[in-house]
Design a binder for this molecule. Sequence first.
Ligand code: ZN
Length: 465
Amino acid sequence: MRISFHGAAHGVTGSCHLLDTGSARVLVDCGLFQGSRALKEENGEPFGFEPASLDAVVLTHAHLDHVGRLPRLVKEGFKGPIYATGATQELAKLVLLDSARLQEEDASRAQRRRSKGKTVEGLDEEVLITEEDVAAACAQFAAPVPYHTELELAPGLRLSLSDAGHILGSCSLLFQIAKAGSTARVVFSGDIGSPRHPVVRDPEPCPPADLVVMESTYGGRKHRSVVETAVEFYQVLSETLAGGGKVLVPTFALERAQEVLYGIREGLEHHRLPKGFRTFLDSPMAVTATEIFQRHRECFDEQTLRVLADRDPFLFEGLSFTRDRQASKAINEVQGGAVILAGNGMLSGGRARHHLERILPRPECALVFVGYAANGTPARRLIDGEKTLRVFGQELPVNCRIATINGFSGHGDHDQLLQWHAGSGQPALTAIVHGDPKASQALRQELEGRGFKCAWPELHETIEF
Ligand code: ZN
């Protein structure tokens, strides 16, 4: 048996791992590389395997860095089934369509700017996938896979899913591979969520395993508690709104948008936020994603189900959804304090960039980061304290308040990753992926200190097992 790593190896994005049992070849995730330009160029590079040679693809969840290269995989010859939970299938389609549209918009904007002799910095000129490619890929989805149901992918190869508690529909994968009278158990963690997080259920521990491939996004780091996070979040919002400033919360439509809405509704209900301010969910995709959330109650935790019994967990007074561009532009005219949720979370694209011009230079405004910011992205540079930021060719001074509230994170922290890993028992090997080098090394050292054998595979490296 061999596993090769074709993304999220010595980095966070581009998840793509190939399990080859000798008789079947299954790809786990097929994500997009995100972040710096050099990293993004990887998206056009060869996969490191022949797409037509795969028997199946299994998805851990619908984030773009786990599904974004799927249309390319299909375009380049993959013809087999794609397995995922029902929620992941719906969300993946949405995420991929959005990605295709953004690429097409960026490319045509770059073309217009270039024809006028303007700079195209920050815009991607190349379109990797189109909406037709997305439709073709989604047509290969197999019937939705429920949690905890064994599925035979190939003779002697069974798959079952456990809840990873990361986003709606997210899962960890357990492959059971029968060979010569014994069964090997291989687990892929997917992205591991944070317990006690609102909306989705807590992550289940890793099932007993012989080999574990696990993420390490927050290795070596500790999150604030859910309670501390809420206090911090309500404080930034209350202070900024009281001073008449606007708060921009850059969010991926599926990454924290629903949790932030849930948090604002709770804050209003429990009088921890002032009344009367307006909130804009300035993302057509986040609006659709919220509707998908509402359809998949089977994924909610008990607290959310209780709220759902008499009202919508994501709706409150003063909230507007802005789908079209005109409505988005009109947000600029709103006087006084307001909260704007706009994509994307790393400020590397999307409508959030258009709001920066009015937020960054103003000391009364605030920029609140609630998700992960990869190295090389504008979000990371601002969090690291840069004093100016170039947006659409214009150098903007950073005078607004910058807050990072990491307790909203959909990823488990160092201790929570260890807690998850403890369920594996005594695996012969743990391969660490999906983390910046410092984070991966921190997790590796900790696990090795506890007597576990670890690997830290490089891009396109193969591990024999
Ligand atoms: Zn994720």
